[in-house]
Unconditional design. Structure first.
Length: 550
């Protein structure tokens, strides 16, 4: 329940602090006095969006703070899930800065608007006139029935399983699409992969093959040049080796005369050793160089295979071909892998369908059993509210489709008078009838719901005095298990409250402000008398007001 509300710099309110009780509280005031401002401020702490127009003084921040006593409402799991500090006396604060930015806090911990809105669902139900339209919505109709049927936990379980079902189904459909694409290309991909596999490609192989090919293709020219080089080196009279040896021998004779000659001798000796090694290497090469047309043909064939594959796949290296081969292998293998995954996911989906159907059937059965209880309670309450011939027919059908709360569809049929046919509630019920039905619904839900607080915002619009009296009795009865507020213009309802608050405007100079005060017993008499007869209070109005209060 809300225990206090503090408002600073909001609309026409400069500063306001008010405490509330846990029973039936009445809020009255002339049209335009600020009742909607009060609800607007409350809406801020419940997560409604705000802007600079909410600030009375644009240079100062607006602060709205509400204290809630929540010890009886099992909200500790919510606080843990949202990483918030729990306190039996929880404080929600909302600030709107002059810059237009908004901040929200729960027990001094910063929260976002979504968290605030989620928390508000456990704290207050603000029921205004336009919300009677909710009665026409299937989701709200199911909420009514499910509260009576005790389906709330089953619906949560169904929603959890439904989320899993949709994820698995979506993933399965995506995998089937990919598989279909793979299967269309499967034969061609397999052909390309096997072609690359048969080529037995090795990284770096192309360069070695091209080098070998050049050698074998020019073997006679190479052989001729090697023989010529060996001859130049080994000629007995003019050969390089012979001349180097003589050069070395002659230089050796001078090497004993100076260090310079000795160094030149040693360098010449090194040249001779190196050149001799070169000649020996040429001799070895000469022994290996010979015409091998068969090997040349094999190398040529392998190179042509490589060149053809490179041209087909529009690449320039064997490494790039190996990457393509690996990708093709993955696609070929993926078909089998995907088929296995799809098979497993189909089994998983079948299991989820069985679980969903089982839960949905339980929800359906509970709803069917709850319908007579709901209609009986509605008829009993509405009979008190001037609708003695009201009838309801709720038709729930189990379908093959999955909805957010089960597999049911509902028709909420209504007849207000004897001799009239049933029709859809949203089509045949008048505004006044919808208001009374909604009050009956809220009254019934209060018996099953753990909601701490409900605010009725002029739910009594358009009803007669006697009916208003009955509506007040119902709201008063609801306040035995929950905190109830009623914003009203009717004295019959105002007189039934345990506390009575008045919203009024005052003018100070050029400044108009809205205020809220808790009325004393004497002030209540005056306020209700004004509601009965206007500003000019008659003696009969005072007597009537006292009678209503007593």
């Amino acid at each position: 329940m809300i225990t206090s509300l503090s408002i600073e710099n909001f609309a026409l309110i400069e500063k306001l602090n008010i405490n509330f009780s846990n029973r039936f509280s009445i809020i009255t005031g002339e049209t335009g006095a600020g009742k909607s401002i009060l609800l607007g401020a409350l809406g801020l702490v419940l997560g409604k969006r705000a802007d600079l127009s909410s600030l009375k003084n644009k240079d100062e921040k607006c602060i709205v703070e509400a204290n809630f006593s929540i010890s009886k409402y099992h909200l500790l799991p919510f606080f843990k899930d949202n990483d918030l500090d729990y306190d039996d006396e929880t404080i929600i604060r909302r600030e709107i800065l002059p810059s237009g930015k908004s901040r929200a806090f729960v027990n001094d911990s910063p929260v976002n608007l979504q968290q605030l809105q989620d928390l508000s669902l456990y704290l207050i139900d603000v029921h205004s006139q336009h919300q009677t339209l909710e009665l026409s919505e299937e989701n709200f109709q199911f909420q009514i029935i499910d509260s009576i049927a005790g389906n709330l936990e089953l619906v949560k379980e169904f929603q959890f399983q439904l989320k899993e079902y949709r994820i698995v189904k979506s993933t399965l459909e995506n995998k089937k699409t990919v598989l279909s694409s793979y299967l269309k290309e499967q034969e061609y991909n397999t052909f390309l992969y096997e072609e690359l596999e048969a080529a037995q490609l090795i990284s770096g192989e192309q360069e070695a093959l091209e080098s070998s090919y050049e050698g074998l293709n020019n073997v006679e020219f190479i052989k001729e040049n090697i023989d010529k080089l060996i001859s130049i080196a080994n000629d007995e009279q003019y050969g390089i080796l012979q001349n180097l040896k003589e050069f070395k021998t002659t230089l050796h004779k001078n090497s004993t005369f100076s260090a310079n000659f000795k160094e030149l001798f040693e360098r010449t000796n090194s040249i001779l050793i190196e050149f001799d090694d070169i000649v020996k290497e040429l001799n070895r090469e000469s022994d290996t160089v010979f015409n091998d047309p068969e090997k040349l043909e094999l190398i040529n064939q392998k190179l042509q295979i490589i060149y053809n594959l490179q041209k087909k796949h529009q690449v320039a290296t064997i490494d790039e071909l190996l990457v393509i081969k690996n990708n093709l292998e993955n696609k070929v293998v993926s078909v089998t892998t995907l088929e296995n995954e799809i098979f497993q996911m189909e089994n998983q989906l079948s299991e989820l369908i069985l679980q969903l159907d089982f839960i949905a059937n339980s929800i359906h059965q509970n709803r069917v059993e709850a319908i007579p209880i709901l209609t009986e309670k509605l008829i009993a309450i509405l009979s008190q509210l001037g609708m003695p011939n009201v009838r309801f027919k709720l038709e729930i059908s189990l379908t093959e489709s999955y909805y957010s709360n089960g597999k049911d569809v509902i028709q909420f049929l209504f007849s207000a008078n004897k001799g009239t046919d049933f029709g859809l509630l949203k089509k045949v019920a008048s505004g006044g009838e919808m208001s009374r039905i909604m009050l009956a619904v809220k009254s019934i839900l209060a018996q099953y719901s753990k909601l701490p607080t409900i605010v009725f915002d002029e739910i009594d619009t358009g009803v007669s005095g006697e009916i208003a009296n009955k509506m007040a009795d119902i709201m008063n009865a609801m306040s035995s298990t929950m905190q109830v507020f009623a914003i009203t213009h009717l004295p019959q309802i105002a007189a039934k409250g345990n506390q009575h608050y008045k919203v009024f405007k005052t003018t100070v100079g050029e400044n108009t402000i809205s205020e809220l005060k808790l009325l004393t017993d004497d002030e209540r008499v005056i306020e209700i008398a004004e509601m009965l007869s206007g500003k000019d209070i008659s003696d009969s109005a005072l007597i009537h007001a006292k009678a209503l209060l007593n």
